[in-house]
Design a protein around this ligand. Structure first.
Ligand code: FPP
Length: 253
């Protein structure tokens, strides 16, 4: 049994769901089948997060680089996403889950884009939890888009260059208003960020597991959360400073 401290849950967990292809290959079945089983892991992680009261969960479902995969696989992933949106809407409403998306949604096939937009619209007033799907997403593109938007504001005279702080940049990202992830999980062992949330993960704890995404279910998720709870987050301070800050906090509470 994994013991978790409910008072030290992360506010935002982000996940790089990797290894569907390898999982399928090991079984001699199609990569697409691996993605299909991966969809059940998505369900498990969303349900567990909701149950534990984690307010934000981000899932890297499709990167801007994934457009370069064989068309059959891209089409398969798009229809998986489409079906997921259709079949999960009822559950999202029942469990008060709000859906958001980040990425270049313009590049999505119109039917998928429409389904995504209407699910976002239908769930916008849900207050139980927020699931952020990163689709057709690339961290560098997101930062470049923010830079263009800020440059336009400077051009219009709404902002002076000296006023461009980190907070201003953050407000122009797809994740504006969402707290930075506390924990980033990557499955299937690779020690890479793969262009995910480059700006947002500046102080995020990173957990990499060898488990392939289709095998990553509630138990593995709880283990990742237990790892997170053992970390001391210092945000650039010394361990002694952090300890002192925590003592002060305990004293005022
Ligand atoms: C990476 O595995 C996974 C993806 C590119 C897609 C993730 C998609 C899902 C989990 C299914 C549907 C998602 C939702 C939100 C409904 P990989 O193919 O790169 O695996 P490999 O590295 O072993 O080849």
């Amino acid at each position: 049994m994994v013991e978790l401290d409910p008072s030290r849950m992360p506010r935002h967990v982000a996940v790089i769901m990797d290894g569907n292809g390898r999982w399928a290959q090991q079984r001699g079945i199609s990569r697409l089948h691996g993605h299909r089983v991966g969809k059940d892991s998505v369900r498990a992680v969303v349900e567990t997060s909701r149950r534990l009261g984690i307010p934000y969960l981000s899932l890297y479902a499709f990167s801007s680089e994934n457009w370069g995969r064989p068309p059959r696989e891209v089409d398969g992933l798009m229809s998986l996403l489409h079906r997921y949106l259709e079949t999960e809407l009822g559950k999202m409403m029942r469990h008060q889950i709000r859906l958001l998306a980040v990425g270049s949604l313009r590049r999505l096939p119109p039917a998928v884009r429409d389904a995504l937009r209407s699910t976002i619209e239908a769930t916008r007033h849900n207050t139980g939890m927020t699931v952020i799907l990163a689709v057709s997403y690339g961290g560098r593109e997101e930062i470049a888009r923010a830079a263009r938007a800020i440059a336009r504001r400077v051009d219009r005279g709404e902002l002076r260059p000296e006023q461009i702080t980190s907070a201003v940049v953050a407000q122009h990202l797809g994740t504006a208003g969402i707290p930075d992830p506390d924990l980033l999980i990557r499955t299937s062992g690779e020690m890479r960020i793969s262009n995910f949330f480059l700006w947002q993960i500046a102080y995020t704890e990173i957990y990499v597991t060898d488990t392939l995404w289709p095998d990553f279910r509630e138990r593995e998720f709880l283990q990742a959360l237990a790892f997170y709870q053992q970390r001391q987050r210092r945000f650039g301070k010394t361990p002694a400073q952090v300890e002192r800050d925590q003592q002060r906090l305990r004293a005022v509470n």
